[in-house]
Design a protein around this ligand. Structure first.
Ligand code: FE2
Length: 375
C-alpha cells in the first residue's frame, strides 16, 4: 500500500500542470446576443453574466451562459478592423478559448512557457468587490488558445468586468453536465507536432491512438490521438486528415474554418435518452445512422440498461470497451460552415471514445458532405 501511495505522490509531484477541469469555453461569433439565445433555447443553458458597453467594455459584447458545470461564453466585436472581427471573418463562428481551471495561473503560465508554449496572455490579476482572479494564456493549434483560470479567491458570477445577466427568459435545462472532451482538427502531418506539444508543454499523456485503418470508410479517412492531462480531468483528442478516395471530413473542416481549430466539444449527460429527447424537441439536429445499425447492436455491445427502441428512435450510438460502455450522438454543425459540432455522451464505465461507431458515424458524415458537394 505504501508503495502505491508513494507512486501516487511521485506522479502528483511530476504533474507540473495539475488541471482541475474545463473552466469555460469561449466562442467568437458573429452575433453573440443571438448565439446566447440559441444555446438557452435549444440546449437549455441559463443566463449567467454579461460584459459590453454597459459594463465599460467598449469593443465587444460577451454573454455567459451556464448549465451545471458547463460554462459557455459568446463574444462578438462591436466594430470592424480588430483581431476579434478578423477572427470571425476568417473562421466563422468557432471556439477561441478552451479555458482550464488551475490552482495557480501564474505557475501554469511559467511552467508551460518555459517548456516552449507561446504566450497569448501574461499572468494578470483582475479584481472587483467579489474578489480576485488570476488569468494567463498560451497558444495551441490554429488561432485557438488555452487560458489558465485561478478563481479560488473569487465569489462573483463569472469574472471581474462582468455583471450578472438577469433574464426573464429561462428555458429549462436539458441535463447537460460538463465537458467530457474537446477535439482539435490539425493540418496534414501536424498530428505529431501537437501530440508533442501536449506531452512536453502541458504534461499530457497519449492514452489512445486511432490510425486510418481504424477510421476509414470507403472514401475518407482520418487519424486521431487522445491526449489526457495527468489527472485525466481534461482530454483533448487531436485529428489529422488521412488520404482516402475522397476528401476527409477533417480536410473539409480545415477548408471551411480556414485553418486548424476545435472540431467538437463533447458534453456529458447522466441520462442521454432524456437529454437528446429534449434537445431534438428544441430543434437541435443530429446525424442519423441507418436503422440497420441497431439490428445487431446488442450482439456487438452485449447487455445494456437502456431499451433499444428509444435509442433507435433518437439515433443514439452505443460502444463497449473493457471497462464498460458508452452512449453517444453527434449534432450536425451548429453554424452554416461545416465546422464546429457537439457530441452528447453518457459514460457507463467506458473511458474510450466510441471506436466501434466510427464507421457508421463517418458514413453519416459523408452523406452530409456529399449534400454539400464536398466529398
Ligand atoms: Fe468525441
Amino acid at each position: 500500500m505504501s508503495q502505491v501511495l508513494s507512486q501516487l505522490r511521485a506522479h502528483a509531484a511530476a504533474d507540473f500542470l495539475p488541471l482541475q477541469g474545463t473552466d469555460y469555453v469561449e466562442f467568437y461569433v458573429g452575433n453573440a446576443k443571438q448565439a446566447a439565445h440559441f444555446y438557452k433555447t435549444a440546449f437549455g443553458f441559463q443566463s449567467l453574466a454579461y460584459a459590453g458597453p454597459e459594463t465599460g467594455i467598449k469593443d465587444r459584447a460577451s454573454y455567459v451562459v451556464r448549465q451545471n458545470k458547463l460554462t459557455f461564453v459568446f463574444t462578438t466585436p462591436l466594430r470592424a478592423n480588430n483581431p476579434l472581427a478578423d477572427h470571425i471573418y476568417k473562421h466563422g463562428d468557432g471556439v477561441k478559448v478552451l479555458a482550464l481551471r488551475v490552482e495557480d495561473a501564474e505557475k501554469a503560465w511559467k511552467e508551460t512557457t518555459a517548456r516552449g508554449a507561446v504566450s497569448c496572455l501574461e499572468p494578470v490579476r483582475q479584481q472587483d468587490e467579489q474578489g480576485e482572479v488570476v488569468l494567463s494564456g498560451i497558444h495551441t493549434y490554429g488561432e485557438t488558445v488555452h487560458y489558465f483560470i485561478e478563481r479560488k479567491n473569487y465569489a462573483g458570477a463569472f469574472l471581474p468586468g462582468y455583471q450578472p445577466w438577469i433574464s426573464a427568459y429561462n428555458p429549462s435545462e436539458t441535463g447537460l453536465q460538463y465537458v467530457d472532451h474537446c477535439v482539435g482538427n490539425v493540418g496534414w502531418n501536424q498530428m505529431q507536432r501537437w501530440v508533442r506539444f501536449y506531452e512536453e508543454v502541458m504534461g499530457f499523456k497519449n492514452i489512445l491512438s486511432f490510425d486510418d485503418k481504424d477510421i476509414s470508410t470507403e472514401y475518407s479517412a482520418l487519424m486521431s490521438k487522445v491526449m489526457s492531462s495527468g489527472n485525466g480531468f481534461v482530454k483533448f483528442p487531436i485529428n489529422e486528415p488521412a488520404e482516402g478516395k475522397k476528401k476527409s471530413q477533417v480536410e473539409e473542416y480545415l477548408d471551411y474554418y480556414d485553418g486548424e481549430g476545435c472540431q467538437h466539444v463533447a458534453l456529458a449527460t447522466h441520462n442521454i435518452i432524456e437529454t437528446v429527447t429534449a434537445l431534438q424537441s428544441r430543434g437541435v439536429e443530429f446525424l442519423k445512422v441507418p436503422g440497420s445499425y441497431y439490428e445487431d447492436l446488442l450482439d456487438r455491445v452485449g447487455q445494456i440498461d437502456e431499451d433499444l427502441a428509444p435509442l433507435r428512435e433518437l439515433g443514439i450510438l452505443v460502444d463497449r470497451d473493457e471497462e464498460g460502455y458508452l452512449l453517444q450522438i453527434f449534432t450536425k454543425p451548429v453554424e452554416d460552415r461545416p465546422t464546429l459540432f457537439f457530441e452528447i455522451i453518457q459514460r457507463k464505465g467506458a473511458r474510450s471514445f466510441g471506436k466501434g461507431n466510427f464507421k457508421a458515424l463517418f458514413e453519416a458524415i459523408e452523406r452530409e458532405q456529399e449534400k454539400r458537394g464536398n466529398l
